[in-house]
Design a protein around this ligand. Structure first.
Ligand SMILES: Cc1cc2nc3c(=O)[nH]c(=O)nc-3n(C[C@H](O)[C@H](O)[C@H](O)COP(=O)(O)O)c2cc1C
Length: 384
């Protein structure tokens, strides 16, 4: 679960402000550190290597838990080798690294969009040294990318990269307009992943209820909860030191952590403000979801996962262009035993056929704009 600062504050704010006041008034800073969001400005204008220019946009891709699990080798002239960073996996909620590979598909799509906008054709070979099995990852590259000048068609979606967000907020109680529905469906081009968007009130209600129960399962299963907590950065200093994971900052979190109310230990203990705040927050937005979309592939091999990621981020960019908020909710799709029964109910609700894999499930709706999430600088992704 990723928790956005604004919504979390809304949920636990009342109780916590009393506690903070006891500590002597609200601290006025602890904002998002400028260094953590500097990558959203894109490449430096002085950057001469087109690979680095394209990568500077690619690292803004949506990715599970914002772990940014990308490793890049630029040591061979004219070539980018993309690897999975095995230190940035989610073994409890993503035991087969399916979501991690989807998060490489999103990266590759932004890389291609950026290279094309920069006047370079981009050829991508998946798994140039062979494809790992669908239930394991290994140390071979996930893709080899070559850029060449010319023959590039710039895609208007490129312009949306700096504005794209995963909007982790409650949405207005308003179905998607027909124009927006058609806009999203029309933008979907993937031959590998089918897109379904449901605005239908009855199915949306069923999916809200299943999403809530899946959220609770994740949050009430100690090892999956711990996985999120270990990836949570509380306060500007922690975010500046590790600009990844789930970021919580602002005066309230500053005080809560100073008062010892917002610690990793507390967040694991039912009944504490830290534990309950996370649950109430997640259920709050799960309930405020007028429409859902999902991407389905017929197989579940690694290339299908990459293609699903590419299709997902294109939709996310198109939604940005249209002013539609979008947010993945992956709990129902996750492959761990406690989720299996709910996953079956979800598959029945949407009529998934045997053999089909739902790669992405996401909320759709309308919400105010949210700020960007942290990113590591490009150099942190490079293999030396
Ligand atoms: C495969 C995949 C699964 C994701 N699952 C979830 C999820 O279950 N819950 C959630 O809040 N965000 C989810 N996200 C969104 C990420 O948390 C988000 O991309 C990341 O925090 C960076 O934020 P940004 O997309 O606003 O840049 C997922 C993203 C991807 C690519």
């Amino acid at each position: 679960m990723a928790v956005s600062r604004r919504g979390f504050i809304r949920v636990i704010g009342g109780a916590a402000i009393g506690a903070a006041a006891l500590g002597g008034g609200l601290h006025s800073c602890d904002g998002m550190p400028a260094s953590a969001v500097a990558p959203w400005r894109g490449p430096l204008t002085t950057e001469t290597d087109p690979r680095r220019r394209a990568l500077a946009w690619a690292l803004l891709a949506p990715n599970p838990h914002n772990m940014q699990p990308w490793l890049v080798d630029l040591r061979r002239e004219g070539e980018i080798l993309l690897y999975v960073d095995a230190t940035r996996l989610l073994p409890e909620t993503d035991p087969f690294a399916r979501q991690i590979v989807i998060g490489h598909g999103t990266f590759l799509e932004l890389l291609a969009l950026a290279a094309n906008a920069d006047g370079h054709a981009c050829s991508i070979d998946y798994f140039p040294d062979g494809e790992p099995a669908a239930d394991a990852m290994d140390h071979r590259p996930l893709a080899r990318i070559r850029l060449s000048r010319g023959n590039a068609v710039a895609d208007p979606l490129f312009a949306q990269i700096p504005h794209r967000r995963s909007t982790k907020e409650p949405y207005e109680a308003q179905a998607l307009t027909g124009d927006h529905l058609r806009g999203l469906q029309g933008a979907h081009q993937s031959a590998n992943a089918a897109l379904i968007i449901s605005n239908a009130p009855e199915l949306a209600a069923r999916l809200r209820s299943l999403t809530e129960r899946a959220m609770l399962t994740e949050l009430e299963t100690p090892r999956t909860l711990r996985e999120s907590i270990e990836r949570t950065r509380i306060g500007a200093d922690a975010i500046a030191a590790q600009p990844d994971g789930i970021d919580l900052h602002g005066p309230l979190f500053w005080w809560l952590s100073k008062l010892g109310l917002m610690t990793a230990e507390k967040a694991m203990i039912p009944g504490t403000m830290a534990y309950q705040g996370g649950i109430d927050y997640a259920l709050g937005w799960a309930r405020a979801t007028p429409a859902f979309g999902w991407l389905v592939t017929t197989g579940n091999d690694r290339i299908s996962q990459i293609e699903a990621g590419r299709a997902y981020v294109r939709l996310n960019l198109k939604a940005t262009e249209l002013g539609v908020a979008m947010h993945p909710v992956s709990q129902l799709l996750q492959e761990y035993p406690e989720m299996a029964a709910l996953q079956q109910d979800f598959r029945m609700a949407i009529g998934a056929a045997a053999g089909q894999t739902v790669q992405m499930l996401f909320r759709l709706g309308y919400s105010a704009a949210v700020p960007p999430s942290p990113r590591r600088p490009l150099d942190a992704l490079l293999m030396s």
